[in-house]
Each structure stands twice: as structure tokens, then as C-alpha cells.
Design a protein around this ligand. Structure first.
Ligand code: ADP
Ligand code: ADP
Length: 224
């Protein structure tokens, strides 16, 4: 079953003129995709459709085999547990230490907090020394890695990242990319929206990645 499948999907805000039109794509489990396209093309919108934050205005979309327009409230909550999202400008609760911020998805969904698991996750994103730090004390690269840790704490099957390296220097970008590649190697599907062709090139040297492009409201499979 594809993690995401769109068949002739269109979407327009407020049901108005489509921003995304007649898109068909299937993202297999464990696949690695980039999503490119000019600013304003609809990359963030595409990602929001993938976690049912927005619903198609025409056509069909399934997530893990389920039609997103038929999901109950619980069904949507279940879908969100299977999709980890790293937003472009990740927000944290600034008065809570990093470890608690990362554990927040567990708390919100009523799951037990296993401290060793959080410790392992912090170590994995190289933030072990910052467990008690408050989010405003973190650098840009540290914030992105913290956001990635939070995005994967529920062991999602799909990880979405929206311009995750947009504000990072090359070294920090590569550190983040390595983590995303490791997630993919562990079997998760990964979809990264980015403008950064150097990032795509660096990834393609290590993983088989497909590049999707939004242009003129349509989704294309890009070469290069
Ligand atoms: P990208 O991520 O490719 O830069 P976005 O998906 O953020 O593109 O936005 C695509 C277009 O949709 C832009 O013109 C943006 O202004 C518009 N848009 C984004 N969010 C909304 C919204 N909530 N309501 C109305 N228009 C929106
Ligand atoms: P990005 O560069 O990631 O596409 P944007 O600056 O387009 O980000 O959008 C940032 C936030 O503002 C998003 O949550 C988007 O949905 C919202 N947004 C963008 N454009 C509009 C708009 N025209 N009307 C309402 N909300 C918008």
C-alpha cells in the first residue's frame, strides 16, 4: 500500500481556483522524494495535504490506503501519528526544556514517556547536552534537529520536511540530511520540500531519490 496516493487531485484554498491541479502520484513505503518548485508554487500546501491538514477539493487521495475524505476525527489523529512533520520554522513551547518539547507528542496522545527512548533520540540528533536547554537557547541547526526528533518520536512511517535547511549553513544542512537519510535507511518514507539543488545532489549521491516538481499547478517528475 502506498503511503500517499493522489489520483487527479486538485486543491484550491477556500474551494477557489485550484493552486494544485490534476495531480497523480504514488509514494511507496520506504521511498525518498524531493519536492521542488518556485516559491508560492504550492509545496507547503502539498505537504499539508499529505497529513490531511488540508483535504483535496477534487480527485482522490489516500494515505496508507485510506481515503482522506472519509477519515473520522480519530482516523485523522491516527494518520497524524504515522506522519512526522518538520515545519519550515519549527515552533516549541519556549518555557519547556527541550526533552519535554520532544516528548510532547507522546503526552498529547496519552502515551507513556520512556525516558531512555527520549535520551536515545536526543543523542541521535546530537543534542544530548541540550536536554535541559530551553528552545530559545538553541541555534537554527539545533532547532531543526530538535524538530526532527519531535517529528519521529511517534515512530512515523512517513517523514515530511518543509525547507528544513532553508536557514542553515552547508555543514548544518548536511548534518540534517544525514539524519533524514538514516530515517529512510530504517524504512521510513521521506519527502523533503526544498529549493536547494545542492542538497538534492548531495542526497542523490547516497540514496535513490525521486525529484518531484510543482510547475504551472501540475506535478512533474523532474530529471536531474
Ligand atoms: P510554497 O510552499 O511552494 O512556497 P505555499 O503552498 O506556501 O507555496 O503557497 C502557495 C500559494 O498559496 C501562495 O500563493 C500562498 O500565498 C497561498 N496560500 C498558502 N496558504 C494559504 C492559505 N491558508 N489561504 C490562502 N492562500 C494560501
Ligand atoms: P512557505 O514559504 O513555506 O510556503 P508561506 O510564507 O507561503 O510559507 O506561508 C507561511 C504560512 O502562512 C503557512 O502556514 C501558510 O499556510 C500561510 N499562508 C501563506 N499565504 C497565505 C495566504 N495568502 N492567506 C492565508 N495564509 C497564508
Amino acid at each position: 500500500t502506498p503511503v500517499i496516493e493522489m489520483q487527479n487531485l486538485s486543491f484550491g484554498y477556500g474551494g477557489g481556483t485550484p493552486l494544485l491541479s490534476d495531480m497523480s502520484i504514488s509514494l511507496p513505503p520506504g521511498s525518498f522524494h524531493f519536492l521542488t518548485g518556485p516559491s508560492g508554487a504550492g509545496k507547503t500546501t502539498f505537504l499539508r495535504l499529505c497529513y490531511a491538514d488540508l483535504l483535496p477539493t477534487a480527485g482522490r487521495m489516500t494515505a496508507f490506503g485510506q481515503d482522506v475524505t472519509e477519515l473520522s476525527r480519530d482516523g485523522i489523529a491516527g494518520l497524524r501519528r504515522r506522519v512526522g512533520v518538520v515545519h519550515q520554522d519549527p515552533q516549541f513551547l519556549d518555557h519547556l526544556p527541550l526533552a519535554e518539547n520532544i516528548a510532547l507528542p507522546l503526552i498529547v496522545s496519552g502515551q507513556p514517556i520512556e525516558k531512555p527512548a527520549i535520551k536515545d533520540l536526543l543523542a541521535w540528533v546530537q543534542l544530548s547536552g541540550h536536554a535541559r536547554a530551553l528552545p530559545p537557547e538553541l541555534s537554527g541547526g539545533e532547532r531543526q534537529r530538535a524538530a526532527l526528533a519531535r517529528a519521529v518520536i511517534m515512530s512515523p512511517d512517513l517523514v515530511l520536511a518543509d525547507e528544513p535547511t532553508g536557514n542553515l549553513d552547508w555543514e548544518m544542512s548536511m548534518r540534517l540530511l544525514q539524519l533524514l537519510i538514516e530515517l529512510n535507511h530504517s524504512g521510513k518514507a521521506v519527502l523533503i520540500a526544498t529549493h536547494d539543488l545542492n542538497l538534492i545532489r548531495a542526497a542523490k549521491a547516497q540514496v535513490q531519490a525521486r525529484v518531484l516538481r510543482i510547475a504551472g499547478k501540475k506535478l512533474q517528475l523532474a530529471g536531474a
